[in-house]
Design a protein around this ligand. Structure first.
Ligand SMILES: NC(=O)c1ccc[n+]([C@@H]2O[C@H](COP(=O)([O-])OP(=O)(O)OC[C@H]3O[C@@H](n4cnc5c(N)ncnc54)[C@H](O)[C@@H]3O)[C@@H](O)[C@H]2O)c1
Length: 261
């Protein structure tokens, strides 16, 4: 079992990519600590247990540094040291033209999407450094590079997450801890699949492989980056977008239709 014996902390694990990632790790032998602000995190943990895995869950707002620190301490006390951290929690639906985006909405989104990973890394890094082994994967977005119309705080926070990834890679690498970012394009979570068909079709038309990705495909990449075979990958920014990051002209019209996540 690829991740046997490891404790993997996944934030945003109640739904979508985070949930799929948790289930992937469970199938590969890891124990899971699942954080989310949504009460449905309990159901995600139950799904891990149904697979024969071990999972603890906490309702945590990742933007709250004290709550993150306390939840990480509790998990370490009961399950032991954390081997891998996957930062998946994010606000994905704050949509407003830039002049109408309120400073409160901006601050909240940056606080969750960028502050959250910072708080989590601060909380888990000392233990990883002590054991001289750790893996951190930050889930950024294609929007970090291409922007996303009507989602300025989202794009900015996901671009900032690349900067945090680089610094974590530089500072933690000497201690045996890697940090990488994955940049999904359009991925078929429940929320994305609920978008109007016309918008989804326009999005798919802009993707070179002519389909949207699955949460399981992102989970597979995250799992790889947390494995032994990925030990020399550090500070990487890996697109998982069916090639849509190459297709900037078409992406431009896609963005105008508000299709990417
Ligand atoms: N689905 C896509 O097309 C897509 C594309 C690019 C990037 N992403 C990224 O993938 C990650 C997962 O997104 P998803 O599409 O599965 O969306 P999702 O909304 O299904 O999952 C996000 C999860 O984060 C949780 N969350 C939000 N704010 C939180 C907070 N303050 N504290 C704790 N938990 C919080 C939500 O409750 C939810 O369970 C996100 O980082 C997102 O930006 C998704």
């Amino acid at each position: 079992m690829k991740h046997h014996g490891r404790l993997v902390l996944v934030t945003g694990a109640a739904s979508g990519i985070g949930r799929a990632t948790a289930l992937r790790f469970a199938r590969e032998g890891a124990r899971l600590a699942l954080f989310d602000r949504s009460p449905s995190i309990e159901r995600a943990a139950a799904a891990v247990v149904e697979l024969g895995g071990i999972a603890q869950w906490r309702i945590v707002d990742v933007a709250d540094a004290d709550a993150v620190g306390a939840a990480v301490s509790e998990v370490v006390s009961s399950l032991g040291p954390i081997s891998c951290l996957v930062n998946g929690a994010a606000i994905v639906d704050n949509i407003a033209p830039l002049p109408q985006m309120t400073p409160q909405a901006w601050s909240r989104e940056v606080g969750v999407n960028l502050g959250g990973p910072f708080h989590l890394i601060r909380a888990v890094a000392p233990g990883m450094i002590e054991r001289r082994w750790g893996r951190i994967v930050n889930i950024s977005s294609a929007a970090a590079r291409g922007g996303l119309a009507l989602q300025a705080a989202y794009s900015a926070s996901k671009a900032g997450l690349l900067g945090l990834t680089r610094n974590a890679a530089l500072e933690l690498g000497p201690h045996g801890v890697t940090c990488n970012a994955v940049l999904p394009g359009l991925v078929g979570t429940d929320k994305v699949l609920a978008m109007p068909a016309r918008i989804l079709e326009a999005g798919i038309a802009a993707i070179p492989v002519k389909r949207i990705g699955t949460p399981e495909e992102v989970a597979a990449l995250v799992s790889f980056l947390c494995g032994e075979d990925a030990g020399y990958i550090n500070g990487a920014e890996i697109d998982i977008s069916g090639g849509s990051h190459l297709n900037t002209l078409v992406l431009g019209s896609q963005k105008a239709n508000r299709t990417a996540g």
